[in-house]
Design a protein around this ligand. Structure first.
Ligand SMILES: [Zn+2]
Ligand SMILES: [Zn+2]
Length: 374
């Protein structure tokens, strides 16, 4: 055995540890989509997170531990859908630089890498939905890989900064995206501290630091993982296709409940710039309701809705709307978020107005010529 062979496992492990602490640590330039090959060492924390859920048998159950688990699922799922998806990936509303940073860190407590990495991969998904280059298409790579393994290969590790140049210009976002593990560690310590605090202040709850840590950090995070992943896997397979999007995206009521609104995925693939993914009032979209409420506080603004034209275009059910749906469509307009015209739309509008003015001028001149006035 050569010394190079001897040291290979140590170098492999060393690189994995380095990459855990430094998200920009060198990764060979690999052609996407890359091989369907799991990098086990680098992803050890991810698999350990799953295994650690078994610790519930050691720490036991309490209602408060379950409550913390559910609350943290809710808070972090909201951050993934409202911030990582609807803000960082699609810019469906505006905010201040300070709150943008809060949204980045809040979203990172879900332990799904940094906002630049997340948004870059997500934009890539929309560019190549269900085509060969789509890293998590169940059609291309199978259900299980698209659900929970697509990010474990070497090709998916790096952040494509070019795909997120609008975000990468902020140094604080680049910093947290690179040193993401700092947020995970801080979040873990905070959850443990919460357990110690609850135990000390309310002993009647019958919990402990370790119990809250296992339920709030491990179990809740794994549930948030798999809730999020259903949108890459199941919602490209099960449900209805209201719009002809050219991919396999679906609308699915159950997934919308589980993911606070993300299950209206066919709607979303049809029109990505809308802050709401449930296009009609009966399409429950909790993330949208919360973002709307947040806009009343002034933390975020300019929420973009769905233009009426988009709502009705390219439908599979064109012309066959039931009376209920028509009623829903008109009611939903009342719920629509205030929106600004998109750049293209306002340019078109301006051109139309200019043309109208010119026509008016010509008509006026003609009229003046005819009557002999100047
Ligand atoms: Zn999207
Ligand atoms: Zn999709």
């Amino acid at each position: 055995m050569t010394s190079k062979q001897w040291t290979a496992p140590f170098r492999y492990a060393g690189r994995a540890i380095k990459q855990f602490f430094d998200g920009d640590a060198a990764v060979k330039k690999i052609e996407l989509p890359g091989e369907k090959k799991v990098q086990w060492a680098r992803n050890l924390p991810y698999f350990a997170m799953h295994a650690a859920c078994l610790l519930v048998f050691l720490v036991g159950f309490s209602w408060i531990a379950l409550g913390v688990c559910v609350a943290l699922y809710f808070l972090r799922m909201f951050a993934i859908t409202g911030f990582f998806h609807r803000y960082f990936s699609h810019k469906t509303f505006k905010t201040s630089r300070a709150f943008q940073f809060v949204m980045a860190v809040w979203g990172m407590t879900a332990i799904q890498r940094g906002p630049l990495w997340w948004a870059a991969h997500h934009r890539h998904h929309h560019r190549h939905s269900d085509e060969h280059l789509d890293l998590h298409s169940p059609k291309q790579r199978g259900m299980l890989w698209s659900h929970m393994f697509w990010f474990t290969n070497e090709a998916a590790f790096g952040t494509n900064q070019k795909a997120v140049h609008d975000l990468a210009k902020f140094s604080e976002l680049r910093f947290v995206n690179r040193f993401d593990s700092l947020v995970y560690i801080a979040f873990g310590v905070a959850v443990f501290g919460l357990g110690i605090g609850l135990d000390a202040l309310f002993p009647a709850l019958g919990t402990s630091g370790w119990q809250i840590f296992v339920w709030g950090f491990f179990v809740s995070t794994v549930l948030t993982y798999h809730g999020t992943y259903t949108i890459n896997s199941l919602s490209h397979k099960f449900g209805n296709q209201r719009y002809k999007t050219g991919d396999d995206s679906r609308n699915n009521f159950w997934l919308a409940l589980l993911t606070l609104g993300e299950g209206w995925h066919n709607n979303h693939h049809h029109y990505q710039s809308s802050v709401k993914q449930g296009f009609y009032w009966y399409e429950i979209d909790i993330t949208y309701y919360l973002l709307k409420a947040m806009s009343w506080t002034g933390l975020i603004w300019d929420l973009r809705g769905v233009p009426e034209k988009k709502l009705m275009s390219n439908r599979n059910d064109q012309g066959s709307l039931s009376s209920d749906e028509q009623l829903a469509a008109s009611r939903a307009e009342g719920f629509a978020a205030p929106r600004k015209k998109s750049g293209a739309a306002s340019t078109l509008g301006k051109k139309a107005n200019d043309a109208k003015d010119k026509l008016g001028e010509t008509a006026g001149n003609l009229g003046r010529k005819a009557t002999g006035t100047a």
